[in-house]
Design a protein around this ligand. Structure first.
Ligand code: HEM
Length: 131
């Protein structure tokens, strides 16, 4: 984080990511609230299955079942970045990585995507400071 010599406003770069937990929470909440691929890339379970005690019903899978799960995300339709903080003020372990899929077909661009969304968020913060 460095102040611009011309404007005096802070300029952010990717090295600042660890120092900006609220931006991280906004990034996670953006992914959760309105995933780019709300239904994921079309996948379906061909038969009912049980995996580690969880029943997986036959049929298509949807990220919205996870990102809008009220048990995990109370008031799931609301944009609340604070939900990603523990009571001690630190970020929790939920990085909402499920929006990128799972396993061998997981999104190959997830780190590029996260970096791009992160820099877009801090760019908005930077402009907001400037005004
Ligand atoms: C927020 C932005 C993005 C989201 C939410 C997203 C999400 C996904 C999802 C859900 C899949 C399917 C995973 C599966 O089949 O289970 C996928 C696949 C893929 N994504 Fe992304 N993606 C994003 C951005 C990107 C970007 C920026 C790139 C490239 C730079 C990229 C490259 C790919 C590729 C190559 C695959 C296919 C992987 C494979 O089938 O082996 N994605 N993405």
């Amino acid at each position: 984080m460095a102040a611009s010599a011309e404007t005096g406003f802070i300029r952010f770069c990717h090295n600042d990511r660890c120092a900006l937990p609220y931006v991280e929470a906004v990034l996670r909440e953006s992914h959760r609230w309105h995933p780019v691929f709300p239904m994921g890339v079309a996948h379906a379970v061909v038969d009912d299955d049980i995996y580690e005690g969880f029943h997986i019903p036959k049929g298509p899978a949807s990220h919205l079942a996870m990102s809008r799960n009220e048990a995990q995300y109370p008031n799931a339709s609301e944009f609340v970045p604070e939900r990603f903080f523990k009571p001690d003020g630190k970020l929790n372990v939920d990085a909402t990585s499920y929006i990128f899929g799972f396993g061998r077909r997981v999104c190959a661009g997830q780190h590029v995507a996260n970096a791009a969304v992160w820099i877009a968020i801090v760019s908005c913060v930077q402009i907001y400071q400037s005004n």
